[in-house]
Design a protein around this ligand. Structure first.
Ligand code: UDP
Length: 360
C-alpha cells in the first residue's frame, strides 16, 4: 500500500470518527481491526428471513444533545426518529421506566400529580421499595455485586422525573440509522484516503508497532482496544463485566410489544430481553412478518479472552489504569481512546464527541 500518515487501530465509533477526520485533513489512514468486520460492538447483522436488524452485541440507540455530534453522524446516515422506551418487569407486572409518574403510580396504586410525587418519594419506605424492586436485583445481576458497592453515577444514568415522560433518555436527538448501523461505519470509512485491514491486531513490541508480519511506519497511532492488552497486561488485567447473549427466532409477529424489557428481579438470570424489530417501525415488511428475533442478555464475570463490555470502576482498576496510562504516555505518537481504550462507560455520542474534539 502507499504511504501511511496515521494508523487507527480499532474500527468502533471512536476509531472510525478519528479516521474520517484524519482523511478529511488530507492524511492517508490505515484502519485496523482484530475482528473481521468494522463497527465494534455496534455491529449488526440483518436476518435474511425477516429483514430484522440484529444488534449483535446488545441494543444500541443513538442519542445525544450535542449539536456537533448529531450534525456529524447525520452527514453519513439518516435516522428514523425512534424514541427509546424501556419497560421493567417485576413480580409479573410491567412498568414504564424511568423512575417517573407512570412507574410510581402503578407500583403504589396511587394517582400522584407532578407536584406531589417528590414529597411522596422523600418517605424512606417508598424510596426503598422502589429501589429494591427496580434497581437492587438488576444492578446485582449486572455488576455481580450489590448496588452499595458500585459507583452511584452508574445508577444515576437512569433519569428520575416527576412527570409521565417515559422516554428513557433525556436527549432530544435520537434514532436508529434508517439504512442500519453497519452503513454508518461503512460510510465513515468510505474515503479514498482510508484503507481498512480486518483480522489485523495491533501489537507493540520493543517500542515498535506491528500488525501481522509487518512493522508499521513511525506515524501517530490512534488505539481504541483495551489499554492493558497493548502492554501484554504486564501489570495485571483491567477488570471488566462481560455479557452473554442468547438469540431466538420465534414464529410470532410480536413477542413483547416493545424493543427492551428489563427483568429486575434477582432470580431471573438475564437482565433484559431485546426484540429488534421494534427499532425500525418504518420497516413495514419486518414489522408485519409473522416472525421475530429476541435476545436475552446475561451479564457475567469477565475473564481473559472474553469480550470486555463494561469497565469496573474500583480502587484496584483505577490504580492499574493509571499505571497503563503512564506507559501509554511514554509511547511516542500513541493516542488511546474510545470505551475500551479510555476504560470509560461511554455512550456512542460521547465517543464521537471525544473523537471530534481530539487535536489532530
Ligand atoms: N439499572 C437498574 N434497573 C434497571 C435499569 C438500570 O438497576 O431497570 C441500573 C443498573 O445498575 C445499570 C445502570 O442502572 O447498570 C445503568 O442502566 P442503563 O440502562 O444505562 O445501562 P446500559 O444500557 O448502559 O447497560
Amino acid at each position: 500500500m502507499h504511504s501511511v500518515d496515521a494508523v487507527v487501530a480499532g474500527a468502533g465509533i471512536w476509531g472510525c470518527t478519528v479516521a474520517r477526520r484524519l482523511a478529511e485533513l488530507g492524511r492517508s489512514v490505515l484502519v485496523l481491526d482484530r475482528r473481521e468486520a468494522v463497527g465494534g460492538n455496534v455491529r449488526c447483522e440483518t436476518d435474511p428471513s425477516t429483514g430484522i436488524e440484529i444488534h449483535l452485541y446488545g441494543s444500541h440507540i443513538f442519542h445525544t444533545h450535542i449539536p456537533e455530534v448529531w450534525e456529524f453522524v447525520n452527514r453519513f446516515v439518516r435516522f428514523n426518529g425512534y424514541q427509546h422506551k424501556v419497560l421493567a418487569r417485576y413480580c409479573g407486572r410491567t412498568y414504564f421506566l424511568p423512575l417517573g409518574l407512570a412507574l410510581i403510580n402503578k407500583f403504589f396504586g396511587t394517582e400522584l400529580s407532578p407536584g406531589e410525587v417528590e414529597e411522596f418519594m422523600k418517605d424512606e419506605a417508598h424510596a426503598s421499595a422502589v429501589f429494591d424492586a427496580f434497581f437492587r436485583g438488576y444492578t446485582s445481576k449486572q455488576w455481580g455485586r450489590p448496588p452499595e458497592q458500585i459507583d452511584p453515577s452508574i445508577i444515576k444514568r437512569v433519569p428520575v422525573r416527576s412527570n409521565y415522560d417515559v422516554n428513557y433518555f433525556n436527549d432530544h436527538c435520537q434514532g436508529i440509522p434508517l439504512s442500519g448501523y453497519n452503513s454508518l461505519f461503512e460510510r465513515l470509512l468510505d474515503h479514498p484516503s482510508i484503507t481498512v485491514r480486518l483480522g489485523a491486531e495491533l501489537r507493540l513490541e520493543g517500542g515498535v508497532f506491528k500488525v501481522g508480519g509487518d512493522v508499521l511506519p513511525a506515524v501517530p497511532v490512534y488505539y481504541s482496544g483495551p489499554v492493558d492488552a497493548l502492554f501484554g497486561c504486564r501489570f495485571g488485567h483491567l477488570p471488566w463485566r462481560s455479557l452473554r447473549f442468547e438469540t431466538e427466532w420465534l414464529d410470532v409477529a410480536d413477542y413483547q410489544g416493545t424493543s427492551v424489557v428489563n427483568y429486575t428481579e434477582a432470580d431471573v438470570p438475564y437482565t433484559r430481553i431485546h426484540e429488534f424489530k421494534h427499532y425500525h417501525p418504518e420497516n413495514a415488511a419486518a414489522m408485519s412478518a409473522r416472525r421475530t428475533v429476541v435476545m436475552r442478555e446475561y451479564p457475567c464475570e469477565w475473564k481473559p479472552g472474553d469480550e470486555p463490555y463494561y469497565p469496573v470502576d474500583c480502587e484496584e482498576s483505577r490504580a492499574l489504569l493509571s499505571r497503563y496510562r503512564e506507559e501509554a504516555a511514554k509511547v511516542r505518537g500513541l493516542v488511546v481512546g474510545g470505551r475500551l481504550g479510555g476504560y470509560r462507560y461511554f455512550d456512542m455520542d460521547r465517543s464521537v464527541e471525544a473523537a471530534l474534539s481530539l487535536p489532530l
